[in-house]
Design a protein around this ligand. Sequence first.
Ligand code: ADP
Length: 554
Amino acid sequence: MIDNACEWGEAAFLIFSDNVGTLIYYTHIFPLVISLFLGFQVFINNPKQRSNRVLFALTLLFSVWVYFDLILWASPTPELVMFFWSAIVPVEILMYLCALYLVYLFTNNQKDIKIRYKYLFALILLPVVLFGHTSLNVMGLSPDCDTGAFEGILIQYMYFIEVVIIAIAAYLSVRGYLKEKDIFNKKRILFIGGATVVFLSFFTIGNLTLSFSLGPYYEQYKLFGMPLFAAMVAYTIVIFGAFRTKVLLAEVLISALWILVFSTLLFRDISNARPIIFATLVVFAFLGIILSKTIRKEIEQREEIQMLANKLEKANARLQQMDKLKSEFVSIASHQLRSPITAISGYASLISEGSYGEVPSKMKEPIDRIVQSSRMMATSIEDYLNVSRIEAGNMKYNYEDFNLATEAEHISDDLRPEALHQGLVLLFRKRVESQATVHADLGKVQQIIHNLINNAIKYTPKGAITVYVHDDVLAKRIYIDIIDTGIGMNEDTLHSIFQKFERGDKANTVNVKGTGLGLYVALKMAEAMGGSITPHSDGEGKGSRFTVELPLII
Ligand code: ADP
């Protein structure tokens, strides 16, 4: 058990004691909280960035330093004071090295320092680690309990290292600033380099005033380098996006205000605190100006965005109107075309079938061409009409109950001759456990199946087409698979075929005719009736399968 060497009592948490004036707590706790706040914010926002980690380490070391220093002020136990006085030396050197590391990162494009410099850093620390506990560091305490200490050679060494580090940091900053071309990076280097040099200089000047025996009270102001540093770093983050983080200036300002209000509660004698409050005011004035500038800028930007949004909305409305006009135009034009083309197609078929007498052999081919082309044209017109109906929301659905398997079989029978004509086999199979009844628009369902089988015929040069109806009673769904051995589809095609006017890469090589609208229309119709269409293919040349799915009535 060690007796108290001084007349005041034990310190709570090692740092709270009657002997220590409020000024000391203010000069210590205010920078400590500011520094921890900044370090945490930057670290949490982007922990992967090296400079953020280094800044965090720097603020942590600073906080440890401040805590140790408070112990020196508050503790009456000589052994404790001796221990922390010695321990503060490596912490201080490490803090300076960290600050230098930070400046290096900013002036070298965030590149890590070379390994040999890291060894050099370790070498600089070595003497204080090895001899920190000896009388080379702190020789002893003054007996009159003012917590003064007799400094050994290691402390002189520390001051020397500090001055050298400040000089290097200043040199790196100036060189980096001059070398950098990008104006944003230039400003970042200026502010971070400047902030670090200011912080370290405050500290070292404070140390030296103590050594030159100007009294411990002046020394306290050295810690105000930290709030200044924090303010400059916050400014650089907000204005120049340093540390790739978004510390809101308002957050910094409000927390700082909170700390100020809280700390004034600690004052017993206000006159003693006047210079400190003044210093704090300067920091706030500085932060306040930046804050209002940033907010003004943000408001301007927001107004600009709002204006652009209004313009966009108007343009969008006009576009929608034009789109509607276009759909109406297509619809009218298609209607006008539909009747004549139906007439041409119908009469040409009759002529070709010989209804108006024997067709001279020379005319057979041209008439067949007229039949084919006019049919093609009629389908295209029907597709355009359907698209314009779907887009205008005018597609009408007349629901009724019917047997889907029977319908699919009929359509397969109808199309079999055409498939045979192309040299293809068209098979129909079914395996249904239910009545295969669906509640849907018969005409539309027929159109979908017709379209898919037609596509299978179009895109299958040789082989077979299978139409397979099956159901899932539990899930209340019925499926029609249209399977072919044709050109198949690659991944890209599979993803795009349901879009308007989209045709597969290989589609033209097999079948030049086509609008790229059939599947779009078929899918929209199936979806409107509570169903879907899913394409599948193992790849080009490996055939395709289209599955139509509809709700089943049980
Ligand atoms: P179109 O047949 O008029 O080009 P669709 O919308 O019916 O338009 O089909 C879009 C595209 O989907 C086709 O161009 C083709 O590339 C692809 N496709 C459709 N059915 C098949 C199929 N059975 N086999 C291979 N590709 C197909």
